[in-house]
Structures are given as C-alpha cells and as structure tokens.
Design a protein around this ligand. Structure first.
Ligand code: UGA
Length: 432
C-alpha cells in the first residue's frame, strides 16, 4: 500500500520506517527541509536503537523516501497518517492542535481519489470530528474517511513496540477503512497483536486513558515507596507481590524519580483539560499530576538529608540526565528540576550521559558535562544514578574512589544495598 506519513518526529518516523519494512511504499514528509535532507542521507534526527539501520535498508530497497512536497505526497498515497506534534498549549494545559488542523486543511486541498486519513498523533476526543468537518468543506464525504489509530510505542523500545504491539486500535465510523486497515496491519496481527475496531472517539480516548493509567501506576508505586522508606520495607517486595496478581500486572511498577518524557506529563494534563470541557472531574488523574510534580521535591529533600543539609561546594555527580534510559530526550526529565535546584544551593554538578552534552544546563552555574563515567565520578561527594542505562549497571565503584568514599543515591534501584554497604559505601535507593 502507498502510505504518507506527515511529520517526521518520533511517531511519524518510526511508524513510517517500520511500515516500509513490512513492504509498503512509504513517503515521510516534513516541512523542515534540513531534517528531510539529513534523512535522505541516512542521518537520523533522534536517538532510537535500530532505527538508522532500517532507514538505510528500506531507502536502498526504494520502499522508503523523504520529501518536503506535501501536496504531491498526499496525491501519490492511499493512506495519510497525521503524525505532527500536539504539545501543551502555551498558558494552558490543553493540547495545541494548530499543526493538526493546518495539515487537515492541506489534505483537504489534495484529495484526488478516496483516501484514509489517520491521526496517529495523540489527539483529544472529538479531534477526528473536527478534521472531518475541515476536509468535508472541500470534498464529498465518500471521498475520504477519517480514522484514529493511536500509537503506543515507547522511546528506546520503539521498533520492538511497533513490530510486536499488544494491540492495534482502529477507531473508524465506517467499515471500508476498517477492512483496508486490518489488511495493512495483517503482518502484525498474524504475529499475535490484538486488533480492536471501535468508534473514532473511543480510539482517541483509549490513548489518553492508557497513558494516564500508566502514569497513575508509576505515581502509585512512588508513593508506596515513600511509605516503605518510613517503615523499613523493601519496595521491590511490594512490586513483585502486587505485580504477580494478574489483575494488577508487574510492569510500570518500578519506583523512581518523577515520570517524564514527551507524553505522560503532556497527556495527563490534556485529558484533564478535555474532561473539564465536558464538565467531568478526573480527580484521580489530577492527584497523579500533583503528586508527580512534587516527586522531585521529595527526592531533593532526601539529597539534602543525605548531605546533612550542607549543599554548598558539595561535588554531586549525575549519571544520566534524560527522562529515562535509551533515549536522548530531555523533555520533562526530573533532572531539569533537580540539577538547577542543587546548583542554586551552591553544589558543583558534573554529569555523564551516554547521549552526550545537554544544552539544557548551559545557563546553570557550576554544571559540567564529563565525557566518561570515570571522569564524572572521581572526586565526587555524592553520586546520583538518575537513569537506568546498562552502562551504569556494573560500575566498579571501588576502583573510582580516591581519598574518601563517595555516597551513592541510586534513584533507579539498580544496585544491591547489601553489596554496596559491604564495600563500605553509604548507599541510598528508593523505597528500601
Ligand atoms: C509512553 C508510553 O509508555 C507509550 O506507550 C506511549 O506510546 C508513549 O508514552 C507516547 O504516548 O508516545 P515513553 O514516554 O517513551 O512512552 O516512556 P515510558 O517508557 O512509558 O516511560 C515514561 C516515564 O515513566 C519515564 O520517566 C520512566 O522512567 C517512568 N517509569 C516507567 C517509571 O518511573 N517506572 C516504571 O515502572 C516505568
């Protein structure tokens, strides 16, 4: 099938590349000329394991191409995926749909035959209805179908998540598009993915409700971890004990820093805003947002306590600053709250991240990037393990000690407390 992906951000690029790998002819369009030129040369604008190999392979096979010509790309395709950003609107908590509606207007001017127009971007309930209205101003209703097909891939695991999804959700109000899309996804369905056909509004809400629920799960376990710290219980026992109940499930029960990234913080706020519009109070999700906002303050208080409230001139090392491992994404990372707060109190911060220097800290006083774990750690008073990269999982801390042993605060519970305590380190972690 001929597919057009509009927007080459995370969702558009990964989905486009993976669809081409399934044998479809895919054209990825973006108005950012330099991005498209780089992609044509095989240069990938995001850090995603395995993606660049697939781009090169499918480009060579002539299954995947890149363009800035939106009109022609739409005309040449059967299915159009809208994959542009839906960031939080400035000065509000709702999703900014400017790019979505602008693309819908562009599509409305280029429909030369029947096309399925799909929102893969995360969009609030009723956005599909709005898109349909925009397109029907210029086109007859039987010339197009507007569908919601949310994406559930995670950064760092995106290719695996696309190829082996738990479910494929198709929200469409007609059977023709459902038939065509079931066919498009047949290679994934045959590998075990569940295919769900529902109304377009339901599909839009499934995406938000899923992200909000996962954010709730994380926030829940983070709060239970706070209680474990006061009661001498190991949070790992609780996560295992709860997770084995099939009704609960073990995933997303890892306690740690505040959840971050480009999705959970934005989508939890947006679903609340949508519900407010429909006069519905999502009080649980409101509490989650509030609790997560306070999470970095709780962890900062622990850092102050660990250092006996003497922060000035303390040498603090951060291992990993992105919002999680296997990504270079800094959006809503808890390090963006913690590092500036510690630097304001006079700490000297060094950080190492496998994805390199981060411009986000360039204005913060005494915050330095080091290009190796060793350089970042040697001479530190406190080492904070902020993300769970494999690179951080087997560090020989003993070899990195100079005169005085540093303290370790493992915010991802990577290490065994017994092991590090027995090596003479003061070791702190989350909920144990
Ligand atoms: C998330 C969802 O997991 C995807 O299903 C969804 O498609 C995506 O948002 C999106 O809407 O585009 P992502 O933001 O890449 O994916 O990251 P996650 O792996 O879900 O992690 C989000 C945050 O939760 C991170 O800060 C991570 O460290 C934290 N987390 C995750 C925990 O603290 N504990 C856990 O057990 C799991």
């Amino acid at each position: 099938m001929k597919l057009c992906m509009i927007g080459t951000g995370y969702v558009g690029l990964v989905s486009g590349v993976c669809f081409s790998d399934l044998g479809n002819d895919v054209i990825c369009v973006d108005k950012d000329t330099s991005k498209i030129n780089s992609l044509k040369k095989g240069k990938i604008p995001i850090y995603e394991p395995g993606l660049s190999e697939l781009v090169v392979k499918n480009n060579k096979n002539q299954k995947l191409s890149f363009s800035t010509d939106l009109k022609k790309s739409i005309k040449d395709s059967d299915i159009i995926f809208i994959c542009v950003g839906t960031p939080t609107k400035k000065g509000s908590s709702s999703a900014d749909l400017t790019q979505i509606f602008s693309v819908a207007r562009d599509i409305s001017l280029s429909l030369n035959k029947f096309k399925i127009i799909i929102t893969k971007s995360t969009v609030p309930v009723t956005t599909g209805d709005e898109i349909e209205k925009i397109i029907s101003k210029k086109n007859k209703k039987n010339k197009f179908s507007v569908v919601s097909n949310p994406e559930f891939l995670r950064e760092g695991e995106a290719i695996r998540d696309f190829t082996y999804p738990d479910r494929i959700v198709i929200g469409s109000n007609d059977s023709k598009s459902n038939r065509i899309l079931r066919n498009l996804y047949a290679p994934l369905i045959s590998k075990g993915a569940q295919y769900i056909h529902c109304s377009r509004r339901a599909a839009e809400l499934i995406k938000y409700a899923s992200n909000a629920f996962l954010a709730t799960k994380i926030t829940f376990i983070n709060e239970i971890a706070n209680l474990c710290e006061k009661t001498g219980i190991n949070i790992e026992d609780i996560s295992i004990g709860m997770g084995l109940d099939k009704r609960i499930g073990s995933r997303f029960l890892r306690a740690g820093p505040a959840y971050g990234g480009s999705c959970f913080p934005k989508d939890t706020k947006a679903i609340i805003s949508t519900a407010d519009k429909f006069r519905t109070n999502l009080s649980v999700i409101k509490s989650v947002v509030k609790s997560n906002k306070n999470r970095s303050n709780i962890l900062l208080s622990r850092v102050y306590d660990i250092l006996n409230k003497k922060i000035k001139n303390k040498k603090i090392t951060f291992l990993g600053v992105t919002f999680k491992a296997n990504t270079d994404d800094m959006r809503d990372s808890s390090s963006l709250t913690m590092i500036p707060a510690l630097s304001k109190k006079g700490a000297i911060i060094r950080y190492f991240d496998p994805t390199g220097y981060k411009k986000e800290f360039k204005r913060n006083k005494n915050v330095f990037y080091e290009n190796s774990i060793k350089k970042a750690i040697v001479g530190a008073d406190l080492v904070i393990i902020h993300t769970e990269w494999n690179d951080f999982k087997s560090i020989n801390f003993k070899n990195l000690v100079r005169k005085k042993k540093f303290i370790i605060f493992d915010m991802r519970n990577i290490y065994s407390p017994n092991k590090l305590n027995s090596q003479g380190f003061k070791y702190y972690s989350i909920g144990r």
